[in-house]
Design a protein around this ligand. Structure first.
Ligand SMILES: [Zn+2]
Length: 709
């Protein structure tokens, strides 16, 4: 998953009355200390109200001073001044978002709902401030005469675009309507995400006795026992709709009835018809987004959204998705036939259903690739995979990671490392929050408590990875699936994008880049996990310490393209529906989401045995805020880039090739958004890529398709 952007929140000025005394509020203290980490041990939910109130007022005053400056606009007194403003707000928002995503409770969730529209309003009043926009516009118009650095010019251009895209150039009536829409969308996005969370918290499949556990290997049982403990069913086993709980269950449970039950609950999140049903929320959001796009002069929200990406247009996105869809679907239907044959060979006679796919795919994988998850898992300890991620960062970029026990954290399970570069200089802190718990949103993401910058001094980043791994039994190490391990590498790639960032201005620091560029550093990093030289070193049996046997290793790497038809189909279907939903020029609150979903799936010929990776009703990427709205294709777009980027190392004959790593560092991981991504990529690789590498990597190119069709 992407850097998770929960609803950024703020606070009602009216609630000033609740403000606590400054002395008692750790959020309002100076977080000087050694690393500038807030005192999590003393932060209580109620502190946020006061902190938000203060931070908002302070930021509004700073911006008013910039807008009202009597001096003619300069880059320094306008753009740099804006960049330096709002420090307390950024800090408060970052801490709040972290807790709302990774360790929330009813009070945090209530504050999240309360402040989401206020935050939207705060930013609208800044983006629609005519005096402020006048200054930015004048600078933008005369940018060629300003003697700006490359980064400064980019920051100015991004500011201008940001304001225009937020409605700064509209008339008063349109601005007022836009502000209304934004506030409402903020509330709806928060409700959407809280509904999904509520459905996930509510659902448990309690497994009682050996019969219910049929087929489940030890590691799945152990994780289910730990979950049962946590959910208040001691001595039993519990499966939840968290991906790391339900996917292994679907993969191994021999109980078809229980698979169906759990699967149906999983895909029904946000679709329950009750108070947490997201269909009316989606209808309203889609209508409001389309209206916003129209106000800003675009035919649809997708046109508006994509205008500020590498892809630029819906046509470019569809062309990539279509290119991948056809071969993926062909491959998936060949796999479906193979799975059907397999289940019939077992003497069963039902048609393969969506809740059977993972179960029979696991069996087929054993047959075809001679490999199974239970045999691999004992070699993939969480501890060793973390070490492998650090080792890779050391070999590529010279980074070292030293554990620290003296840094405040938000939950006792959170771990902290100090990051230093090859010269031994402090580069930031890395926080790992690895285990699933009810107070955490599902999924995996990277976020920050503080971004790198040099504007207000040499500021080092505080970077966080949040995962939802099922914890091993007490006294036993946590074992990962290969997919889990890839997720860890993925999010760590995002973390490096934050940690290695080397820019001056916060606006373009770290992961603040165009959406379809943002998954390059993360997806690229996954490639190293698949390398035999890395697995030989870190994939060691948790009991014996023996390295993974060579033949098993070879099969594991070779199995990479197995079941990629299904994986690609479930992803691309979600991306196509995201695009289609947001291409509508006009809808209203009666918009029939379910009907639209069905029709769209029929149109693309979605195989009946595969369900979208994210159905609209729980598609947090696109409805819990607008992060990936009309932009879920970004993973595939970035994959075109990462497949080609890793090939640079293969061509160099060494996956840790120093010269290639240096270029990768300078033009990708350290560059943030300080330059145009197409320019950055060209500087790294001397050209832009085609999708061929991506198709080959997924085993979907003609030459790579193993099964005759
Ligand atoms: Zn990501």
């Amino acid at each position: 998953m992407p850097p998770f952007t929960p609803h950024i929140s703020s606070m009602h000025p009216q609630t000033h009355a609740f403000a606590l005394d400054t002395d008692a509020n750790p959020l309002l203290e100076d977080w000087g200390g050694r690393f500038g980490v807030p005192a999590f041990d003393r932060i209580k939910p109620e502190h946020f109200r006061a902190a938000f109130a203060r931070a908002f007022a302070a930021h509004a005053a700073e911006v008013a001073a910039i807008a009202g400056n009597a001096a003619a606009p300069t880059f320094a007194n306008t753009i740099a001044a804006l960049e330096a403003s709002g420090e307390a707000l950024t800090r408060t928002v970052n801490v709040f978002n972290l807790l709302a995503g990774a360790h929330n409770n009813d009070e945090i969730l209530a504050i999240e709902r309360e402040v989401a529209p206020v935050k939207a309003k705060h930013w609208d009043s800044i983006h629609m401030d005519a005096a402020l926009f006048g200054r930015i516009e004048r600078l933008h118009r005369t940018r060629d005469q300003l003697a700006l650095s490359v980064e400064e010019r980019r920051v100015l251009e991004r500011y201008y675009l940001k304001f225009v895209r937020a409605g700064a150039a509209l008339n008063a009536a349109a601005k007022a309507r836009l502000a209304e829409i934004n506030a409402r969308l903020a509330t709806l996005g928060t409700t959407f995400s809280q509904n999904v969370l509520a459905d996930e918290q509510r659902y448990t499949l309690v497994l009682d006795g050996e019969e219910d556990l049929a087929g489940l290997p030890d590691f799945v049982r152990a994780a289910a026992r730990a979950t049962a403990e946590e959910r208040g069913f001691p001595g039993k086993h519990v499966i939840t709709t968290s991906r790391s709980s339900i996917e292994p269950f679907l993969q191994f449970s021999a109980r078809r009835d229980l698979r169906e039950k759990a699967f149906r609950a999983w895909i029904a999140r946000g679709d329950g018809g009750g108070a947490t049903d997201n269909k009316p929320i989606i209808a309203e959001m889609v209508a409001l987004r389309a209206e916003r796009a129209r106000l800003l002069g675009y035919p649809s929200f997708a046109h508006y959204r994509l205008d500020d990406t590498m892809a630029k247009t819906p046509e470019a996105v569809r062309s990539l998705l279509d290119r991948v869809w056809a071969p993926a679907r062909r491959r998936a239907s060949a796999d479906r036939d193979a799975l059907q044959t397999l289940l019939q060979a077992e003497g069963k006679n039902f048609p393969l259903a969506a809740w059977d796919w993972r179960y029979y795919a696991e069996k087929l994988r054993k047959l075809r690739c001679d490999i199974d998850e239970t045999a691999i898992k004992p070699y993939l300890q969480l501890e060793h995979i973390i070490e492998a991620a650090f080792y890779t960062a050391n070999r590529l970029f010279g980074l070292t990671f030293e554990p620290r026990a003296d840094v405040p954290v938000w939950h006792p399970e959170v771990r902290v490392w100090e990051v230093r570069d090859a010269q031994g200089r402090h580069r930031g802190l890395f926080f790992g929050d690895y285990f699933a718990r009810p107070s955490k949103h599902s999924g995996a993401w990277m976020t920050t408590l503080r971004d790198q910058e040099k504007l207000r001094g040499e500021i080092h980043p505080l970077v966080i990875n949040v995962m939802n791994f099922s914890k091993g039994r007490a006294g036993e190490p946590t074992l990962l699936s290969f997919d889990d391990a890839k997720t860890l590498f993925h999010e760590f790639g995002h973390a490096l994008h934050g940690l290695l960032s080397d820019v001056t201005y916060p606006l373009v620091a770290g992961t603040s880049v165009l959406k379809d560029w943002s998954e390059l550093p993360s997806q690229l990093y996954e490639h190293w996990l698949e390398r035999p030289e890395l697995l030989r070193r870190f994939a060691r049996h948790y009991r014996t310490g023996e390295p993974i046997p060579e033949d098993q290793l070879r099969r594991l790497v070779a199995a990479r393209t197995f079941n990629q038809g299904q994986a690609t189909v479930e992803y691309v279907a979600s991306a196509l529906i995201d695009l289609d939903i947001h291409l509508q020029s006009e809808t209203d609150e009666a918009f029939d989401v379910a009907g639209f979903e069905q029709a769209a799936l029929a149109r693309i010929g979605m195989p009946a045995e595969i369900v979208m990776r994210h159905r609209p009703v729980h598609f947090q990427h696109i409805f819990a805020g607008s992060g990936y709205a009309a932009a879920y294709y970004s993973y595939l777009w970035s994959e075109v880039l990462d497949a080609d980027a890793f090939a640079a190392f293969e061509e160099a004959g060494d996956v840790f090739d120093r010269e290639t790593a240096k270029k990768l560092h300078d033009h990708v991981y350290a560059a943030g958004g300080a330059r145009d991504p197409a320019e950055l990529y060209t500087a790294f690789r001397r050209r832009l890529p085609t999708p061929d590498g991506l198709l080959k990597r997924r085993g979907l190119s003609e030459a790579a398709t193993p099964t005759p069709e």
